[in-house]
Design a protein around this ligand. Sequence first.
Ligand SMILES: [Mn+2]
Length: 358
Amino acid sequence: MGVYEKRYERLRAYMKEADLDAVYITATENYRYFSGFNNPDGFMIVTADGADVFADFRYFEAAKAKCYPCCRVIEQKRGCTAEWFGTAGVSRVGFENMDLSVYGFDSLKKITDEVKAELFPVDATLTGIRAVKEREEVDLIIRAQRIAERALDHVLKIIKYDMTELEVAAELEYYMKKYGSVTPSFETIAVSGSASSLPHGVPRPVKLERGFLTMDFGATAEEYHSDMTRTVVIGKADDEMKRLYNTVLEAQNAAHAFIKAGVTGEEADKSARDIINAAGYEGCFGHSLGHGVGLEIHELPNLSPRIEGIKLVPGNVVTNEPGIYIEGKYGCRIEDMIYIGEDGPENLTEAPKELIEI
Ligand SMILES: [Mn+2]
């Protein structure tokens, strides 16, 4: 069975259960997932026995070449949605309420009203299907991760005092592209000194400050993302910085030993958070432990204290990224990706984590 057949089986099982005879897919990542083709401006409609992929002229030729064999590629022209619904004979249509704009919904509703079809929100169902990865998908995430690691290796060799944060970010992105990443996974974070206390700080055009330098970045491989963070020290680490760094690392190791199928996101988060709190840094780890990674950089499942009861299952890829941030002073985060395999968890990140002083 090909990679796409299993995902269609899962989608159609849901459609059957929800009594839907079509799902109108608009989220770029879900379109990519069910068509095999990346098109930021397309949409597709899956029925019980068909998958119609719409692509406008700019993407049409590539779509015909790249879409899965089960897909019928249709040129996206004015009026094509109304035309499709005019002949399809569907009455219960799922739509992506977490993606479609109000304008998009109104336009769709006008069309479905015409043919007396009803619209039903699918919430995060498709995203939920994506959270359980096939091995082929995990291999793409690993490929992206290796690209990011090669870029880091390179950048660690060339980081100098007189570089700016933006230059560090640019070097990482330049080398990721050189090594085969079409786009970075997200806007690269490289923040130093006092700015390292900002978990999602924006790199500045200023020279690296002494102290922690946190680099959070990722590459992509066929639209699959990677995500990693390493914190190094510009200059020498004092005892307090070493203690903080080692606490983050200890928390990450504890979570890594704990994370497996059957554990909830909340429990996973707690396994790291308890260590950070016990070391006296309560309140300094203000984000959640991790998130799913795949066609989106942040996707399901969440390893968060705010989400109860959802258990990790084989096929999930999640980040493990504890951090400690002291407002106005500095901060540090270390992030790896973990694959929850059938045979147990696997750390997808190979980059070393001992404290590096530059
Ligand atoms: Mn992350």
